[in-house]
Design a protein around this ligand. Structure first.
Ligand code: PMP
Length: 407
């Protein structure tokens, strides 16, 4: 190993940190711990038998292509299928508006690569998905956090922030939002708020990055129109992924945008990984074509609805006064707020002793706020453990409230 390795690394790499969540995940992989920490889908939702069958079919019918490099834009069939699904929802797009990515995390990374120079500002929610913040920060992006109300990012504060930037001859490169079942807050933006944000983006000529991994996991309530759909001016870039509605192990996501934007993503992706794996794209396309995808999605939705309900009931049964939580209409997470003066980090230490884990809400706040909040995943554990885990967290909170533990 060279001795001056630290001096050799780039400014970008110096700013890179290990993801707090991925590090926590290692700790919580212990079998005896009930982990609400990761954003993992339930392994029982993975269609292993169907995938064995389809993998063989793809190899038999199209093996030489399936094992070859593919187009950077993605597998033609898969792009057509995704486009058609959006068109059926009323979107006016063609497959030229869509590129397949090696996961939506790659989309976030490429967004940073394409849009951010070092020191450029971007807008995000307080709270916001840590993986997005890390991707943008690694290109030198500076987050400007906007507080939430029960409808998601506050549009009045967003505009105030953009005016302040304008007064200083600054601007933000984009507004990062997760409108459906937000990670971590579990909030869904109603249409009026989406429209307000789009209007502001147009007024100040800022792009919107709509990150939407959970949209199809709706358990109740009316679907809200995608921001991509509500915008008529090409200001929105939308990211999707198969990770939570099919399998994360294939690492397949996509990005939908104006053709000019897609062209930039194609170029940026070429220097990143040339193309997404052909084999898994072809399997995915066939899986959808054979009708397995929609059938399995219904099962996943039912499974997660039950898991959420068990968890919320456990909160009602066990949590002491002063603790509140969101009621997500879908997705994978709910967000818990402890009494104002309580620090979730103190709670975490007790909770780990009691063999239950969650993620500190503060890691999702780019300004370090949210110390009394925590993100709880309800999709990964089974219903029984969801209840036991909540009971353990409630006991830990009560201990902390009694102030009789050293932390
Ligand atoms: N965006 C959000 C909001 C997420 O929660 C996640 C995964 N937890 C991702 C993007 C990345 O998903 P993937 O890379 O698996 O597509």
């Amino acid at each position: 190993m060279i001795t001056n390795f630290e001096e050799s690394i780039s400014d970008s790499a110096k700013g890179m940190k290990r993801s707090v969540i991925r590090e926590l995940l290692k700790l919580t992989q212990r079998e005896d711990i009930i982990s609400f920490a990761g954003g993992l889908p339930a392994p029982d939702s993975f269609p292993i038998e169907e995938l064995k069958e389809i993998s063989c079919e793809v190899l038999d019918e199209d093996g030489k292509c399936a094992l070859q490099y593919g187009a950077t834009e993605g597998d033609h069939k898969l792009r057509e299928i995704l486009t058609e699904r959006y068109v059926q929802q009323g979107l006016e797009i063609t497959s030229d508006n869509l590129i397949i990515l090696s996961s939506s995390q790659q989309g976030l990374d490429l967004t940073g690569k394409i849009l951010l120079n070092r020191g450029d500002k971007f807008i995000c929610g307080l709270p916001s998905y840590l993986g997005g913040l890390s991707a943008f920060s690694s290109y030198g992006g500076i987050p400007v956090g906007i507080e939430f109300d029960k409808y998601g990012m506050r549009s009045d504060l967003l505009e105030k922030s953009l005016i302040e930037m304008q007064n200083k001859q600054e601007t933000a490169k984009f507004i990062y939002v997760i409108p459906d079942f937000q990670n971590p807050a579990g909030i869904t933006m109603p249409e009026f708020r989406r429209l307000e944000i789009i209007e502001i983006a147009k007024k100040y000529n800022v792009l919107i990055v709509e990150d939407s991994p959970y949209r199809e996991l709706r358990f109740e309530g009316e679907p809200q129109k995608m921001m991509y759909d509500l915008d008529t001016t090409g200001h929105v870039i939308t990211l999707g992924t198969f990770s939570k509605i099919f399998v994360p192990g294939f690492r397949i996501g996509w990005l939908m945008a104006h053709q000019k934007v897609i062209d930039k993503f194609v170029k940026a992706k070429q220097s990143t990984d040339l193309c997404t794996a052909s084999f898994t794209q072809k399997i995915t396309a066939k899986y959808i074509e054979k009708g397995y995808f929609d059938k399995n999605l219904k099962l996943i939705i039912d499974m997660y609805r039950k898991k959420r309900d068990v968890m919320i009931q456990a909160f009602k049964d066990f949590m002491p006064d002063g603790v509140s939580w969101t009621h997500p209409e879908g997705g994978l997470f709910l967000f818990l707020s402890l009494p104002k003066d309580m620090d979730a980090e103190d709670l975490f230490k007790i909770a780990i002793e009691k063999k239950v884990a969650f993620v500190l809400g503060s890691v999702f706040h780019c300004d370090g706020s949210g110390k009394n909040t925590m993100r709880i995943n309800f999709s990964f554990m089974d219903e029984k453990n969801n209840r036991i885990g909540v009971q353990r967290i409630a006991e830990s909170i009560k201990l902390l409230l009694q102030n009789n533990v050293e932390v």
